[in-house]
Write a new protein. Structure first.
Length: 333
């Protein structure tokens, strides 16, 4: 509504200014002509606005600033000149002097062309400034929205790691180790502390290197091995260049956690997880064992990782669910 009121006000004002500039003040019934000129100004302002919005769809101000400005100035000048000329010709026709239109109004036509050009130039410069400001403001709002969504996803990932179920299992493991293997219990507590320190330090980061993430994965794997002994096996084979690539924090760990959550582990059913690379993706693969009953899930997992890759890197992950379960994370350099 504010936009259209501005168009009406500016168009009406420019119409009346154009009327005065072209020297119609001596005409009879100039009050009526003044109002008609204001109305014509509103119509021209609307038409030029429609054309400018149409040009914005096909010609980017950001990429082709000069060309877009030239297009706007020329089109607005031509449109305004043609509409006013048609109205002037109609006015002379009503006065029964159409044959002398060029002669009688040659000076006015020249003044009209000059006036329309400078008005179009000023209008498009102001339009560009306002358009740039709104695009910048819109970009800032989108950036804040994305940042907020990213924070929400990171907090959901953190919630997964701080879950009572995970803490309960860890405390039970420590309790049993204290009486059977004090040294191993000490190592477990140290790795658990390192895991939580990593989570608290890194969960706010949008991304980190694969090498940093693997440090946490190794600590997490130690905790799992302590709980499940030889019933879980993790193999990591990644080239050096992949270690320097980017990854959302907790992504690899969450995939390992999902594998543990959705597969039973016994002496005859060993869970084997591998982290490898196929040039374009980091592949996290696990075999399938019997599915445990009553799986407790916060419904994050793959959805959380997928959303963060799309949000941060504008890339998609791939899930292959056949004889083995594989999640492919794009390598981000």
């Amino acid at each position: 509504m504010k936009k259209y009121l501005t168009i009406i006000l500016v168009g009406f004002l420019l119409g009346m200014l154009t009327y005065g500039f072209l020297g119609f003040a001596q005409e009879e019934d100039n009050t009526k002509l003044l109002w008609l000129s204001g109305l014509l100004g509103v119509i021209i302002a609307y038409i030029n606005t429609i054309f400018n919005e149409l040009f914005n769809k096909f010609i980017s101000w950001k990429k082709y600033t000069g060309f877009r400005l030239l297009t706007g100035v020329l089109s607005n000048t031509i449109i305004s000149f043609l509409l006013i000329s048609i109205v002037l010709y109609g006015y002379t026709f009503v006065k029964d002097t159409p044959n002398s239109f060029i002669e009688d109004y040659s000076e006015i036509i020249l003044k009209l062309i000059i006036l329309m050009f400078f008005m179009a130039l000023v209008y498009n410069v102001i339009y560009f400034a306002i358009h740039s400001y709104y695009q910048y403001a819109k970009g800032q709002i989108i950036a804040l929205q994305l940042e907020r969504k990213q924070t929400e996803l990171q907090l959901r990932a953190l919630k997964s790691q701080l879950s009572p179920h995970f803490l309960f299992n860890s405390m039970n493991t420590i309790s049993s180790l204290v009486f059977s293997d004090v040294q191993k219990a000490e190592s477990f507590i140290r790795e658990l502390a390192k895991s939580y320190q990593y989570i608290l330090n890194k969960y706010e980061s949008k991304w980190l290197t694969v090498e940093e993430e693997l440090q946490f994965v190794n600590s997490y794997h130690f905790l799992l091995q302590t709980r499940f002994n030889d019933r879980i096996n993790l193999e990591i084979v990644l080239p050096d260049w992949v270690l320097k690539s980017k990854i959302p924090p907790l992504a690899l760990q969450m995939l390992i956690e999902n594998a543990v959550k959705h597969n039973q582990m016994t002496s005859s059913q060993i869970l084997k997880i591998s982290i490898t690379c196929d040039n374009s993706d980091i592949c996290v693969t696990n075999n399938k064992t019997a599915r445990p009953e009553g799986i407790d899930s916060f419904k994050i997992g793959l959805g959380n990782i997928r959303s963060r890759y799309e949000l941060i890197f504008n890339r998609a992950i791939t899930v292959v669910d056949d004889e083995r379960f594989t999640v492919k994370l794009p390598v981000i350099i």
